[in-house]
Design a protein around this ligand. Structure first.
Ligand code: PLP
Length: 413
């Protein structure tokens, strides 16, 4: 007889997702065949061309010279005030919208999504994101007893599918009064897509239209995890200006993360940044999310908050860090460009990659394709409708020829 002590809502939860499973398979193969003989395209962090995990040198230098008391001490529950200011500054750069803008420190971008789901949807509500999405979104929803539904990210021209987006928004708002939409852009995981200026206008116009019904409460979460690898700083952020003048019942929340932008993945530091035209909504944002932080993790890593403040207030350090980051942005672009070029040569259909850590090949049977790829000692992540390749982690010399291997595996299954 099996014994379970879990409460009814907790029964059956199980932790291992496909990314972790694929990564475990790659690690096993590395111990068996040696690292040089394996292509590990499962990792969601930047590896250099010698396959070492990258820490941006300026981030490392500042981190190692922080006073120990700044590393070990608690931070205020909602974050160090200077950190929150710095997070807002680096998020918007020259594109700060005309709005009330408030921030709360969170455990990376993940913490932001956790709090939004917890505080801005009703139990049983459905949250909306695109069909291609970062898998944990559904975990955040299910764990909080919400559901996740999807619209189609791409239309027939491989552009943002505003029609599908608008239909789903309409359907869900016909059933519920609160709607959270999670939009991961720019440099979307897993496709590498970034919305154009026009596409942002379409998304915001659509939401403004539905917000005319003042009984509805709409929250647009913009997951900017890969913002710092999306291209020129202010071009990649240009859409943020459009978040000014939103109706009071439409709140934008940006999920700021230091994981990728500052290579501080495991330090678990980020912020939720609320953008609203309503002073009351801004105040409520601070109150309810600070409260949930207390109830979830207490406070966030002080040392990493101090690191951002230190870098941001010293122009020289900031420019240096941006140059280091740009080096890796260009490296990732180069890897993706080789893959894209070779994919064309072997007629391998890819989703439109613009920037970011990952690119995706649509597939009928992603699990079988990934399994087949193991024969060539290639490890990638099977998604629901495709195969994800982490160009952030595969060195140039291993990228060459990879598209052909994927095409071969696709043809064989
Ligand atoms: N959003 C996306 C799309 C991601 O890929 C990730 C990390 O892989 C995150 C958010 C969250 O990262 P973190 O919680 O480390 O900031």
């Amino acid at each position: 007889m099996t014994v379970s002590l879990a409460a009814s809502h907790a029964k059956g939860k199980f932790g291992l997702d496909k990314i972790m499973a694929a990564s475990a398979a790659a690690n096993k193969a590395i111990t068996q065949y040696g690292r040089d003989n394996i292509i590990n395209a499962t990792i969601g962090a930047i590896l250099d061309d010698d396959e070492n995990l990258v820490c941006l040198p300026t981030a490392e230098k500042v981190f190692r010279t922080l006073p120990i008391t700044e590393v070990i001490n608690y931070a205020p529950i909602s974050g160090l005030p200077e950190y929150l200011e710095a997070a807002i500054d680096v998020t918007f750069a020259a594109n700060r919208p005309d709005a009330y803008i408030k921030a709360i420190a969170t455990s990376g971008g993940s913490g932001c999504i956790h709090h939004v789901v917890h505080n801005y949807s009703e139990i049983g509500d459905t949250v909306l994101t695109s069909d291609w999405h970062w898998g944990p979104y559904s975990v955040f929803c299910k764990d909080a007893m919400r559901k996740l539904d999807t619209y189609e990210l791409f239309d027939a021209e491989q552009k943002f599918n505003i029609r599908s987006f608008a239909e789903k928004v309409k359907d869900l708002l016909a059933k519920q009064n609160s709607l959270i939409i999670i939009l991961n852009a720019p440099a979307h995981n897993p496709t590498g897509y970034s919305l154009s200026d026009d596409e942002w206008d379409q998304v915001l116009d659509c939401l403004k239209e539905y917000a005319k019904d003042t009984a509805k409460r709409i929250v647009l979460v913009i997951d900017i995890a890969y913002l710092d690898y999306a291209g020129e700083k202010n071009e990649a952020r240009a859409f943020m200006k459009k978040l000014g003048g939103l109706p009071p019942n439409l709140l934008a929340i940006l999920a700021f993360s230091m994981s990728k932008g500052y290579t501080m993945y495991g330090q678990r530091t980020g912020a939720m940044i609320g953008v609203t035209s309503s002073q009351e909504v801004a105040k409520e944002f601070e109150d309810i999310n600070g409260y949930t932080s207390r109830a979830t993790w207490s406070s966030i890593n002080r040392g990493c908050q101090r690191l951002l403040v230190t870098i941001h207030k010293d122009k020289e350090l900031e420019v240096q860090l941006e140059q280091e980051r740009n080096f890796y942005y260009r490296l990732i672009q180069e890897r993706a460009a080789i893959f894209t070029r070779e994919a064309k040569e072997v007629n391998l259909n890819m989703l439109p990659y613009i920037a970011g850590f990952f690119l995706t090949i649509p597939a009928q049977n992603p699990d079988a394709v990934c399994e087949k790829l193991h024969e060539d000692k290639v490890f990638a992540v099977p998604l629901a409708k495709g195969v994800r390749i982490a160009v952030c982690a595969v060195p140039l010399k291993k990228i060459t020829g990879l598209a052909a291997k994927v095409a071969k595996a696709m043809a064989a299954v």
